[in-house]
Design a protein around this ligand. Sequence first.
Ligand code: UDP
Length: 374
Amino acid sequence: MLHAGRVTLVARPNPEDEMVGQQDNIGHTSRVDKPVRTIVTGGAGFIGSHLAERLLSDGHEVIVLDNLSAGRLANLNHLASNPRLRIEQLDLASGEDMSDVFQGVDWVFHLAGLADIVPSITDPMKYHRANVDGTVAVLEASRAAEVSRFVYAASSSCYGIPDEYPTPETAEIQPMYPYALTKYLGEQCVLHWAKVYGMACVSLRLFNVYGPRTRTSGTYGAVFGVFLAQKLAAKPFTVVGDGTQTRDFVFVTDVANAFVSAAASDVTGEALNVSSGGTYSINQLTSLLGGSVEYVPKRPGEPDCTFADIGKIRRLLDWEPQVSFEEGVGIMIENIEHWREAPVWNKESISGATEDWFRYLDRPLAQGPAVSND
Ligand code: UDP
């Protein structure tokens, strides 16, 4: 099927990617007894591709909507032969009529969006368009199609530097940069659609998600991709600060399971933390990965700890993380070849890539503009 400005794509199987696909669906069993038609926006991305895989393995039909700006068809290669998968390349915020794609869809999972901190600081309009306008467009298409469930991928970055640990959903919202702000605004839209239009919506606040297929290209980003590329190149791990900071790392198949559990439930109008419910230091990570380290300066606006209270999701969705940190890191090492072509960051290149991060965020809030207008 070909439309003006929209292309239906078919991923081609790539034997090298089989290895990555096989690591999925650890310990998860489906609670769904009836196959449904689903949309996964951002389905060619890291988390979206795992969710698509999980939904297909549960017997559902999956329509991936992705503009392929960050997502890659290669992430879906191992699913390409599945006749229940359809991939459409389109830009959600373009204003294009999407009613034909949403026709007859039961569950919508909205994961498409722009990630990364530094580019969001330099181009906030672009982030607003993708993460807020894009979300409203998907909500409106879903409302018109009368979908039965809508699940949004929100970000734990809304908590900024939290005052409370473990951090509950009721903690103060304090986004520290435009990425965090726009993801939070997207969440507010989702919950607003639940309130005003009675749409059945759930927002999942994802903590540090990791797993096979984390992004290997583009801007300086999530720690696993950085460290695995360094390990392959026999270069030191660039540890931020003294490495004692901790993160609530959650494995991607557990996250896919949370999305499915949210869709299969009758919970609506709620934001739920999704994380491992534990917290692990960067020093623990480097010792599990094995290799030398070098230290890079601590970045402003970064929490020393992320650690979620997951009581609410346990209670409402009966969801439980299954993959331990040690097991998850082991799976990453087994799949390390995936990062062979990824950029190898070092102290100097990180310093250049994070210049704007320091320029805009490393100052008291009351201090005024970071750049003079002369
Ligand atoms: N980190 C690190 N070296 C790097 C990149 C990240 O030590 O080259 C640390 C970073 O300080 C943070 C953790 O890894 O404590 C997770 O960073 P990431 O950017 O993946 O996620 P976020 O900071 O948004 O939680």
